[in-house]
Design a protein around this ligand. Structure first.
Ligand SMILES: Cc1cc2nc3c(=O)[nH]c(=O)nc-3n(C[C@H](O)[C@H](O)[C@H](O)COP(=O)(O)O)c2cc1C
Length: 229
């Protein structure tokens, strides 16, 4: 059993990786991670999600199709394009500030000026290049379970990210990768009952400064619901 300190070390050191080495992942290790994550709890054990894995030529093909589509749509925000889900952009008041702080932190670390649209667009493209990772995952949930499907998927994804971290492998969960489902559906045999939610880049982190930057971690007091009165 892990001690609280060991658990803290694992959980707190997981950070979104936004620059990867091109070192390939051993397919056996990747399989082990995907399988380990099935230990996550699930609504009535339905596991209403599916995962697609893209490596090698397929990974490259998907990446170029996504980048091409992004350029065609030339939409800096790049969110809200998935017809299966509605995203609220801009984020609601009270949440938008947190999101802006992440954007600022990333741009500052990369030396990108907020007014430099071309550099910001280039960073957006990096999302669709999987930040250089050798593998990309795409996650689907069953449309029939609504938010419970998404909830279960989140549990699966976090367990997967920790399983990867325990093996020295980095991950970046990416909402952007859910934006163009037709491109992903063309590559994988997935039932129409399942909708693409998002994706994840996975591989070994480089020593790029962006991987040393950490988004703020809110204190639980900011998230706690207070009793009335
Ligand atoms: C559902 C989800 C979608 C995300 N989408 C993106 C994304 O498209 N691009 C990106 O760079 N980071 C993305 N992130 C990473 C978050 O920005 C990151 O988790 C947050 O800032 C906290 O930082 P940490 O993961 O390093 O602890 C996403 C995270 C989640 C959970």
């Amino acid at each position: 059993m892990l001690s609280p300190e060991q658990f803290h070390e694992l959980a707190a050191s997981r950070r979104s990786t936004r620059d990867f080495l091109d070192t390939p992942l051993d397919p056996k290790v990747l399989e082990e991670i995907l399988n380990e994550a099935v230990t996550a709890p699930s609504w009535s054990n339905t596991r209403p999600y599916m995962v697609a894995v893209a490596t090698g030529e397929q990974r490259d093909r998907i990446s170029s199709a996504l980048v091409t589509r992004l350029r065609e749509s030339a939409e800096l925000k790049g969110m809200g394009a998935n017809p299966d889900y509605t995203h609220v952009i801009p984020y609601p008041e009270g949440l938008v500030e947190r999101s802006q702080r992440v954007g600022l932190g990333i741009y500052e670390t990369l030396g990108i000026d907020r007014s430099d649209k071309a550099a910001r667009f280039r960073f957006l493209e990096r999302n669709y290049e999987f930040f250089g990772a050798p593998a990309a995952l795409f996650f689907f949930t069953h449309k029939g379970l609504d938010h419970f499907g998404t909830l279960d998927l989140g549990l699966y994804m976090q367990t997967l990210m920790l399983a990867a971290k325990a093996r020295g492998i980095g991950t970046c969960p990416q909402g952007y990768l859910g934006n163009y489902p037709d491109i992903i559906r063309e590559e994988f045999d997935v039932s129409d009952d399942y909708a693409l939610v998002c994706g994840m880049s996975i591989g070994y982190p480089s020593d790029h400064p962006i991987n040393g930057w950490g988004a703020e971690r809110l204190d639980i007091s900011e998230l706690r619901v207070r009793p009335k009165g």
